[in-house]
Design a binder for this molecule. Structure first.
Ligand code: ZN
Length: 192
């Protein structure tokens, strides 16, 4: 479910212990090499056009390999203070061209943060879950829709699970989660 690569088939121990709220989470790439560099530039160096570049590279993977039955794309939102500081949400620069390329509806404010959370960087898995709990509220437009929720990097999947929970609470029919990259355990919880 969580998309962490494992040796054997089936649901991993972590998902068995606590089932995430999304149906499934997948990433296009591992959080490494040029993808990691591109995401860093997109987030911290205002290289906004890289969002389009990454989305166009991801299209085939999402359309052909995943081929999920989804109606609309929703980006994971930034907190208000972080949005003010950065001036843009880097996730939107990926999610919007992805929605266009897939021919799906795009709900920019499908999820909103209604509490400020501290950065997840450096927190353990259970700390991340606690930090992000109740952080999101979903827009009424998601009702009855199958939603593709998009983020830039996934580590434990706690943020996407909290977003999925809010989407379901508002009546979403189903929630699939996608990130550009997945930080693997060897990257540590410090990386993303
Ligand atoms: Zn899992």
């Amino acid at each position: 479910m969580c998309g962490v690569p494992q040796e054997k088939e089936g649901v991993c121990n972590s998902c068995l212990a606590e089932q995430p709220h999304f149906r499934v989470l997948r990433a296009w790439s591992v959080f490494d090499g040029p993808v990691r560099e591109a995401l860093h530039k997109l987030k911290y160096q205002r290289a906004i056009s890289l969002g389009w570049t990454l989305a166009s590279q991801m299209l085939d993977f999402v359309k052909v390999e995943l081929n999920w039955p989804v109606d609309a794309v929703v980006p994971v939102p930034l907190g208000r203070s972080r949005l003010r500081e950065r001036g843009y949400n880097q996730v939107e620069t990926i999610a919007k061209p992805l929605a266009l390329g897939l021919g799906l509806q795009y709900f920019r404010d499908g999820l909103k943060r209604h509490k400020e959370t501290r950065s997840q960087v450096g927190l353990t898995k259970s700390e991340r879950r606690e930090n992000i709990r109740d952080a999101f509220v979903a827009d009424a437009r998601v009702k009855g829709k199958s939603i593709l929720v998009v983020d830039d990097v996934s580590t434990t999947g706690a943020t996407l699970s909290a977003g999925a929970e809010a989407l379901f609470l508002t009546g979403a029919k189903d929630v699939y989660a996608l990130t550009v990259a997945r930080a693997l355990p060897q990257h540590g919880l410090e990386s993303a």
